[in-house]
Design a protein around this ligand. Structure first.
Ligand code: FES
Length: 207
């Protein structure tokens, strides 16, 4: 929520609550993905950059694929026009979201080798593999792999942002517990986590 909305909610809770109730109920017959796609398109139409980044991440978390986002932009061409589609695409490219890279578009997911199990110490390891930045958290047999992009507005969180198992996004201060990936302060969405498996002492992740 923006600071302005937060302020208005405090000084006019009755009025703003009705607005939030309306937003909540207005899409009750739509499935999660459709709702997420419509939200993305409205942000492109308004050209609100932060809102677009935020709803883009939400859509990806809801299971919308990059191909579906691109299709939605083209389907909305009559109202958006080419310039707004280009505007949105430039932001997507600037964000460098791995799923949107040309080599990933249209590809089925697969397992990628991350590293030999013996080389991973307990605690946090920051890795750059297969063109992705990842955080690996290991506690004995338990291993979690997270994408380095913040689930708020896709900031690439640097390795230095972790202290005592708490990762703080430098952009707006969302804090995450790296042991679980959960957001524990300032925000409401967890880090993106990849599926993992171990084969012959090799750690693999799926994307
Ligand atoms: S991008 Fe806003 S907290 Fe990370």
């Amino acid at each position: 929520m923006s600071d302005a909305l937060d302020y208005l909610l405090k000084v006019r809770p009755e009025a703003l609550q009705s607005y939030f109730d309306f937003i909540k109920k207005s899409g009750k017959h739509l499935d999660k993905k459709t709702k997420a796609i419509i939200s993305v398109i409205t942000k492109v139409d308004n050209q609100t950059e932060n809102g677009f980044k935020q709803y883009l991440v939400r859509a990806l978390q809801a299971g919308v694929t990059p191909d579906e986002i691109i299709d939605a932009l083209f389907v909305a061409f009559p109202t958006l026009g080419l310039s707004k589609i280009i505007w949105a695409t430039e932001i997507i490219l600037k964000l460098d979201i791995p799923e949107f890279r040309i080599e990933q578009i249209g590809q089925a997911g697969k397992w990628y080798k991350i590293g030999e199990l013996d080389s991973l110490k307990d605690g946090i390891t920051h890795l750059e593999v297969h063109d992705r930045e990842l955080f690996v958290y290991r506690e004995g047999e338990t291993i979690s792999i997270y994408d380095s992009h913040c689930p708020h507005q896709v900031t690439n969180i640097p390795a230095l942002a972790i202290k005592n198992n708490i990762m703080s996004c430098p952009k707006h201060g969302w804090k995450f517990d790296i042991r679980t990936g959960e957001c524990i302060e300032n925000g409401d969405r967890p880090l993106k986590q990849y599926k993992t498996k171990i084969e012959d002492n090799m750690l693999l992740a799926y994307w």
